[in-house]
Write a protein that binds this ligand. Structure first.
Ligand code: 5GP
Ligand code: MN
Length: 337
């Protein structure tokens, strides 16, 4: 953050405010960890802050300190709308465009009279905030919230709860500290968070060792459905709505499945196609290694985006047609794959 932005933020937080903190739709560990940590800090300073998530978040995040107070827009629309309309200040975290909150909530946010502050590490941020703290080199929004508080000279206010939230988002967005976005600085922040009370071993267990039997069986199905296209160094997985239903699918159960495709020797591009009959879409997660930008690929073909090596998108075609269309696009990228 530059010094002007720091001044603006300090001025905005100088008097008690009604504040709403918003993660993206289908919030992940980084989105929930960053919003909950920031929300706790703001409340500790005399503000009245609340996290409003566009929709449900995965069960493996339902231990994060403060998660009980989260309002979900799609299940508590009237109260959520009222809070957004009455807010003095709205923080948007871990996303780069209001459309990432989904249809109706996007409209309410766009009409809000509050000042906006964006903290985010995705590419191509939109211009709606009075302060846009965007840094695409950052491992996670949680790492950025640490730097944000540090810039305000209040990093020593990070308590054990906030540290646990921030640790969680850094851990999940870096694939447990293995993606190239993990820097020496990331580890310095992690060290500070452990010192502040983040119980690292417990956090890993809470996130990664709370699988249900049916989730692991679903993983078995996903791995059986894995296909390889060696000429494009590409692997893809499909999961139909029936396969999800047969395994009592819960939100978050397929998180990380796409990485199995990328773990194959010689594969640099992996995709998972997940059928969602309720929304009549195929939700896609795309991952790559090296320079091949799944952000660009998803923006061009799947109304999505994200980062160079991790992006999401969707298709309105059937599962079968989506896969056929995907395969038909690949020859255009032969020189990049
Ligand atoms: P995932 O595949 O885990 O849902 O998302 C991977 C990354 O891409 C995350 O950083 C996520 O925020 C972003 N992402 C997921 N879906 C979309 C989308 O539809 N649009 C954009 N712009 N980003 C997305
Ligand atoms: Mn993130």
């Amino acid at each position: 953050m530059n010094s002007n932005d720091i001044k603006t933020v300090k001025a905005l937080l100088n008097t008690p405010k009604s504040i709403v903190v918003v993660p993206h739709k289908n919030p992940d560990g980084d989105a929930m960890g960053s919003t909950l940590a920031l929300c706790k800090y703001l409340n500790s300073q005399g503000h009245t802050a609340v996290v409003i998530a566009p929709n449900e978040y995965p069960h493996f995040l339902k231990w994060l300190p403060g998660h009980d107070d989260v309002i979900t827009y799609n299940s508590s629309t009237p109260i959520a709308t009222q809070k957004i309309e009455n807010a003095d200040l709205i923080f948007t975290l871990d996303f780069n465009d209001l459309s990432r909150t989904g249809g109706e909530m996007e409209k309410v946010l766009a009409a809000a009279t509050a000042d906006f502050i964006m903290i985010d590490h995705h590419q191509q941020p939109s211009n709606y905030a009075v302060v846009t703290y965007s840094d695409t080199s950052m491992s996670s929004t949680c790492e950025m919230v640490y730097h944000f508080l540090d810039a305000l000279q209040v990093a020593d206010h990070i308590d054990a709860d906030m540290a646990s939230c921030l640790y969680t988002g850094i851990m999940t967005d870096t694939g447990s500290f293995r993606f190239p976005s993990t820097t020496a600085k990331t580890h310095e922040v992690i060290a500070k968070l452990i010192t502040a009370g983040a119980d690292n071993a417990n956090i890993h267990r809470n996130i990664y060792d709370t699988n249900s039997y049916t989730k692991l069986q679903l993983l078995g199905v996903a791995l059986k459905n894995l296909r390889i296209l060696p000429e494009y160094k590409t692997a893809y997985i499909t999961l139909s709505q029936k396969e999800l239903d047969d395994h009592k699918f819960q939100k978050g159960d397929t998180e990380g499945f796409v990485n199995y495709g990328l773990s194959l020797k010689g594969i640099i591009f992996a995709v998972i196609f997940i059928e969602n009959k309720a929304d009549a879409i195929i939700k896609m997660s795309l991952r790559s290694k090296g320079d091949f930008s799944v952000n660009e690929f998803s923006r061009s073909h799947y109304e999505g985006g994200g980062h160079t090596n991790a992006a999401g998108g969707k298709s309105d075609l059937s599962l079968e047609d989506t896969v056929a269309q995907f395969i038909s696009i690949l020859p255009r990228y032969k020189d990049k794959l």
